[in-house]
Design a protein around this ligand. Sequence first.
Ligand SMILES: Nc1ncnc2c1ncn2[C@@H]1O[C@H](COP(=O)(O)OP(=O)(O)OP(=O)(O)O)[C@@H](O)[C@H]1O
Ligand SMILES: [Mg+2]
Length: 301
Amino acid sequence: MAPLLTPWQGDAIHGATAAAVAASVANPQSLDFAARPSGTWMGLRRRQRIGQYRIEGRLGEGGFASVYKAYDTVEGIHVAIKAPHDYLVDRETLTSFRQEVRLVAPLDHPNVLPIKTAGVIDGRFVIVTPLGIESLAERMRRRMARKTVLSFAEQLLEGLATAHKRRIIHCDVKPENLIIFAENRLRLADFGLARVALRSLDASGSGTVGFLAPEQALGKPSLRSDVFAAGLIVYRLMSGELPEWPFRWPYKGIKKVRRAYGPGLVDLVRKATAVDDQKRFKDAVHLLRAFRRIESTAIRD
Ligand SMILES: Nc1ncnc2c1ncn2[C@@H]1O[C@H](COP(=O)(O)OP(=O)(O)OP(=O)(O)O)[C@@H](O)[C@H]1O
Ligand SMILES: [Mg+2]
């Protein structure tokens, strides 16, 4: 079966294509589980073809999907293809995939990983995105210059603020879901657990242990839970240390961070990661604003 969508050719026409992606996934036929071939399928293998893509290897796997590196034989570029684990291909997984596409498609921002194509190809539901160099999790294993740290922190907050402006809670902000591209461009990926903030939210506490805000662990994720996770990542970037439950202040490595980055950013992390969610920034838009203010006044090279 041919891909359902026309791949876009770069950032310039992304806006128009985002609409096409949204329109296509809105077509229930394209994602109707009952209409798919029955039976499960094994994970994709090297050199296997699906539609116009040739699988080159597996990049990793997460809770409910695997991500593969593939070559797009039409565009002549490499891409990342996310496909659910075979044993999990049920209506719920497809709903979550569809939700991810619908939430991400309108987020046309340099710090959000765009979806090139999404739909059923050869009987499999896949999401195709541009291929990054590595995740922030991998990058953080090596030393980083202070200006790179600040640039990554700002880009993370930019990407998240774009989602928060639409009241989208990402729910799984972590270094593995931040993908680095050429020239240290950072893009927020993986809106598979995302949901739209409603006034009374009754949601499951899914997310990734280690970055879960206390209230999210109790099943009440909010924009403030994303702020919490982002604050932890900013601290991890600056200090090399990941604060842990029960998130008691001061965090390990605080003196070094204060010396290198100034007290303003230390206070910002403290506020972003307050255990009491009401003491945090209310969303990433506010956090980003504070970050910019501090960075411009306090940080000197
Ligand atoms: N577009 C991409 N370019 C390069 N690497 C990617 C891309 N998308 C995902 N990855 C990498 O593939 C791996 C698997 O991703 P996946 O989202 O399935 O799992 P995860 O992020 O580790 O866990 P979770 O399911 O909680 O999101 C991750 O290490 C991620 O960094
Ligand atoms: Mg992920």
